[in-house]
Design a protein around this ligand. Structure first.
Ligand SMILES: [Zn+2]
Length: 112
């Protein structure tokens, strides 16, 4: 694994951008819902509510990713990065490459 700190920093920037974009989209949905008059015939709120829940879910996931990246960065600073939090064994480079913020080795992840 080359330069995990740089990798984590790049992912963090990406995730922050995503959070900002999703938050803006969610604001837009809420705003358009506010200005939509209650029209039961066409029921535009049904679509809006669905989209809103979907974007809110993505936003929640992105925020969780950000927390995981920050935690990974902390482990890196404490020389604990790349060690499985469950069994204490090293996490393979391939797994860290695919999931830089992971806290468990492939064995422990499979056992979940
Ligand atoms: Zn493990």
């Amino acid at each position: 694994m080359t330069d995990p700190a740089g990798r984590l920093a790049a992912l963090r920037t990406e995730t922050l951008d995503l959070i900002e974009a999703l938050a803006r989209r969610l604001d837009g949905i809420i705003e358009s819902a506010t200005y939509t008059t209650n029209d039961d015939e066409h029921d535009p709120d049904g679509v809006t509510a669905f989209e809103r829940a979907q974007v809110a879910g993505l936003l929640e996931q992105a925020r969780a990713d950000l927390r995981a990246l920050d935690a990974a960065r902390e482990r890196l600073d404490n020389d604990a990065y790349g060690t499985c939090l469950r069994c204490g064994r090293p996490i393979t480079a391939e797994r860290l490459d695919a999931l830089p913020a992971t806290t468990t080795c492939i064995r422990c992840a499979d056992r979940r």
